[in-house]
Design a protein around this ligand. Structure first.
Ligand code: DX5
Ligand code: ZN
Length: 217
């Protein structure tokens, strides 16, 4: 499957967010928006009102790392989310949440933390548009890749040939290849892209393209 890149703006400069987004927009497929509540994860980021001000033509891939996600789904739909991903560990009614996300016209995703077995997703595969495998403990950018993610990706790809499988956390040019070989088709990367001196080159390296650059095809 063609690799898609979703830069995580958690590593961008929030004081000039739309300018930072312009630097990656032409070469990327989505924008990854990390929403943190200080409860589900030990960090805070921002919510729907800030997300609403993101000015980009790219689809917003929104990763909710929050408790009680059911209370915020409408807000994120109104704020322009295209893909809405909730955490498996944050809900007792994933079937209901996925249905609600789709009813509001968004694509429905779920994420699992490094300590959660991938097999828990088996009963949801028919309802899912997107699965996000966490390859770090959620909460912060710039952490090292946890290799247990690779076998989870393999299991998922074997069970869901058409599913969008995203990997998030510690993705760089080297870990990207492990994820791609295992069957991931969406690479989410924050620090590797935004801390690079040449963001376009960093994105090309994530895609496994060297030299000529990505032409958007
Ligand atoms: C972590 C977030 C990630 C984070 C990834 O909880 O979900 O999206 O931005 O950052 P890097 O790519 O730096 O590991
Ligand atoms: Zn994320």
């Amino acid at each position: 499957m063609k690799i898609k890149i979703s830069p995580s703006i958690l590593s961008a400069d929030f004081g000039r967010l739309n300018e930072d987004i312009k630097t990656i927009e032409e070469h990327s497929d989505y924008i990854h928006v990390d929403v943190m509540d200080g409860h589900f994860v030990p960090n805070l980021s921002f919510g729907a009102p800030v997300m609403k001000d993101i000015d980009s033509k790219l689809p917003l891939d929104v990763h909710l790392m929050i408790e009680n996600p059911e209370n915020y789904i409408d807000d994120f739909a109104k704020a322009g989310a295209d893909i809405l991903t909730v955490h498996f560990e944050a809900t007792d009614d994933l079937h209901g949440l996925l249905a609600k996300i789709k009813d509001l016209g968004m694509r429905a995703g779920v994420s699992i933390k490094p300590g959660t077995e991938v097999e828990v997703l088996e009963e949801y595969l028919d309802e899912l548009d997107w699965v996000l495998i966490m390859s770090v403990e959620p909460g912060f950018g710039g952490q090292g890749f946890i290799s247990g993610a690779v076998d989870k990706i393999k299991w998922l790809r074997e069970h869901a040939p058409e599913l969008d499988i995203a990997v998030d956390g510690g993705v760089n040019d080297k870990t990207a290849r492990l994820c791609e070989e295992a069957g991931a088709n969406v690479l989410i990367a924050g620090s590797y892209i935004f801390k690079s001196d040449d963001r376009r080159e960093a994105i090309d390296l994530l895609r496994g393209v060297q030299g000529e650059g990505y032409d958007g095809a």
